[in-house]
Ligand binder design. Sequence first.
Ligand code: TXA
Ligand code: MG
Length: 522
Amino acid sequence: MKTEILSTSERDLQKAGAIIRGGGLVAFPTETVYGLGANALDEKAVRSIYAAKGRPSDNPLIVHIAQKDDILPLVKEVTPKAKALIDAFFPAPLTIILKKSDVIPSVTSGGLDTVAVRMPQNETARAVIKASGVPVAAPSANTSGLPSPTKAKYVIDDMNGKIDAIIDGGDCEVGVESTVITLATDVPTILRPGAVTKEMLEAVIGEVKIADAVLGELGENETAASPGMKYKHYSPKAKIILVDADKEKYEAFVNTKKDAFALCFEGDSVNVPYVTYGSESDDASQARELFDALRRLDELGAKRVYARMPHKDGVAMAVYNRLIRASAFNIIDLTKPFTIGLTGGTGAGKGYVCKRLEELGFNVIDTDSVAREVVKKGSPLLKKLADEFGRDIIKDAELDRALLAGRAFESRERTDALNKIMHPAIIERCKALAKTPSVLDAPQLFEAHAEELCYKVIAVSAPEKVRIERIIRRDGITEEKARERINAQLDDEYYRSRSDFVIENDGSDIDKQINDIINQIL
Ligand code: TXA
Ligand code: MG
């Protein structure tokens, strides 16, 4: 099929209207994204939309109208809340769902007894609908699964040769699809967030809920209120990984990622190839540019993309909703102070793992040396220790470690008293030292409750025999003493059950285990 490229001239708009009226397919601009329009009342024409997009047929279409009253024949009843929304917003990037009337064929509504209706703001869109003289079913004009097109050229990329005509009406101002709200439930519920926000809707009709699928992933047995939410969506060819981090942490993280691309905000300073999607403080700009940015990443040949996470309120909720789907819910949370907490019993081989992680670009913070630093000459902590354990533990302004150890390890209570003084001070100092991506090397990670401050926890484990040999070699002590030390610590099972990953230091390939774990985490 030859696809005609039309302009927004009156003549071309009439032509587009005639094609739709005659059962054909025309892509046209709206303020949100380009739509692929057909006569909503013509089953055959609607089927050809699904075919051109490769869209699953249980995913219903939005019916577009040119003026407010055109909704009347399409629905059973315009409820009072629907009327309030229409009066307050239409024409708008807002779609409302109501019980459908019999004129809507089941193919259009995906077999549901409801219908989604929208009156677009874009004048070209309304002129085409008006010229067609029929309600126009129009999904986004992309191949199913790809990002929605916000420029005519992307429609041409996806649809050339598959549809009758494409109207080139410039770039879409909003950039993400309309807000979809259902009024067919007890409490009006947002099924897809867009430029008309929850707050704006609540100001008109009171309580509005947000469907679970909007901000999260649907569980296996949950059904989506909106069928569109269950499909893989907005996905470019590149693998997108969403990074939840502030500007500084994001930059530090991405800058260790060779061979990757960044999808960031204007002004982020990254030294890998990047594409921006708007600015951090302007969520409308993020919405406008997101889909274009995703398509450009593919044009640049990106294979792996680390995307900076947007906020979740206002219009940014729409951006977040699209990005979590584009990333197939692959999210790295760097909002914790430490990327990885590394722990394990003495002699298990933590030291080697630290060295490898350092070589892989991690910033390793050694809690043992921080523990020495926080009690050095003149530190306020020394005084606290002296108050608790006796003045004589300080000799010539320096801490007498052996004496302190003797007193602190006398009993469980004394050890707890020491930890209560030391752990918070050590953690505070480690936080100040942390540069993303960081590893907190902490034998006492769990005792200090520092696992809560780490994105993921890795434990290193080794058979007792191996540990004893290693301690004897390392510290030059007897086997009996080595055993005593091991017995004084938490047992292996304790570390295992509380960690996200365990490295088995039992002769199996440890470098491979480290690489596999890091690939899974980041
Ligand atoms: O901004 C937009 O809404 C664009 C432009 C072209 O108007 N259109 C658009 O259509 O995004 P589409 O088909 O790509 O997305 C429609 C969404 C899908 O998630 C679909 O599942 C949902 O609306 N939907 C449509 N009718 C529904 C219904 N009766 N009940 C629940 N969800 C419905
Ligand atoms: Mg779509």
